[in-house]
Design a protein around this ligand. Structure first.
Ligand SMILES: Cc1cc2nc3c(=O)[nH]c(=O)nc-3n(C[C@H](O)[C@H](O)[C@H](O)COP(=O)(O)O)c2cc1C
Length: 321
């Protein structure tokens, strides 16, 4: 998710689940080809398994970007055909490509030839007034023919005229059954369901009908829900770390990143939800939000936030009142 699942976020999420597959923010093929490559593609080995999500519609550029992504060590290359923003439509990529299955197929084929990694596609069930039954089937069949065996389907249409990207993640109705029908019609394809799944419990309810579920906003707002995944979904015998253990394991990463020039709040902004629903979670968030952006802020801010959330230290603002 753009602006959200950067490398710091992914490192943090990985502390809660070894097996959950993580994705980068969408990166345009041009950014990979012409941008600051280390800034655009760099990631920590601990983040595996991690997929690189690309955006674009130029088969040649996407193929070259996929090749570079593979050389960087990503585990999968994903093509984003679900993003509805205007900026993305003007570059002719994202959800508007749901109407151009031949072009998407050409891109997928070129990406598949350029790297040995699996090439997957994230899409919607349709756009605007498309018939979500027929056009989704046609899209999937054509793109699967080009070599894509795995689709993540956001179970709502994108309405490209008149809705903001944010509204496009909430207003068009969710149709999970449409995604399940797709799985039934093409059982040999891997079909991952996405959209509006708000808890680990509801993710588990969908799992018997599809090959996987993708969580976006819920995993960001309440990241600790990932702590259950390895045990409940993948049958791991390991006890998940506690929230405090997650926090403690993040500190050395933060220290290293600070030494490399990152700012504290670039990392702490991703952990605000760690204590979601727990006592003193608000004071924890507030301490980070008020202090982590200050010049020279270091791990002492995190350590203080830890003492606030355990109740060992009073929240500063309350102490001053
Ligand atoms: C801030 C934000 C950024 C997003 N960026 C991307 C993106 O880069 N690529 C993508 O495929 N989807 C992106 N999405 C969409 C999500 O991946 C997901 O499909 C959508 O939010 C529905 O799933 P959810 O209800 O679990 O969040 C973004 C969503 C949000 C909220």
């Amino acid at each position: 998710m753009m602006e959200w699942t950067d490398r710091h976020c992914r490192y943090f999420l990985r502390l809660m689940s070894r097996r959950t597959f993580l994705y980068t923010e969408m990166v345009t093929a041009e950014a990979v080809l012409y941008g600051d490559r280390e800034r655009v593609l760099g990631f920590s080995p601990e983040e595996h398994p991690v997929g690189l999500q690309l955006g674009g519609s130029d088969a040649g550029k996407l193929a070259e970007a996929a090749r570079i992504g593979a050389a960087y060590g990503y585990d999968e290359i994903n093509l984003n055909i679900g993003c509805p923003s205007d900026r993305v439509q003007s570059g002719r990529f994202g959800a508007c490509l749901m109407a151009e299955p031949d072009l998407v197929a050409a891109c997928v084929a070129a990406m598949g030839e350029a790297s040995a990694l699996p090439v997957t596609v994230k899409c919607r069930i349709g756009i605007d007034d498309q018939d979500a039954e027929e056009s989704l089937d046609r899209f999937i069949d054509r793109v699967a023919q080009a070599g894509c065996k795995s689709f993540i389907v956001h179970a709502r249409k994108a309405w490209l005229k008149g809705l903001s990207p944010k509204d496009n993640r909430a207003v068009p109705p969710l149709d999970y059954r449409r995604v399940v029908r797709l799985k039934q019609r093409r059982p040999e394809l891997e079909i991952v369901l996405n959209g509006g799944i708000e808890s680990f419990a509801s993710a588990e309810l969908h799992l018997p009908q599809v090959d996987g579920v993708m969580l976006g906003r819920a995993a960001y707002a309440d990241p600790y829900l990932l702590a259950e995944v390895d045990r409940a979904v993948f049958g791991s015998g390991e006890t998940p770390p506690s929230r405090l253990e997650v926090l403690d394991r993040f500190v050395p990463y933060v220290e290293t990143a600070l030494k490399r020039g990152a700012r504290l709040n670039q990392m702490t902004r991703h952990i605000l939800g760690l204590f979601h629903g727990q006592p003193r979670a608000r004071a924890f968030r507030r301490h980070l939000a008020e202090n982590a952006h200050l010049d020279g802020a270091g791990v002492e801010v995190l350590e203080r936030a830890r003492r606030i959330v355990t109740g060992e230290a009073p929240p500063q603002a309350i102490a001053a009142e």
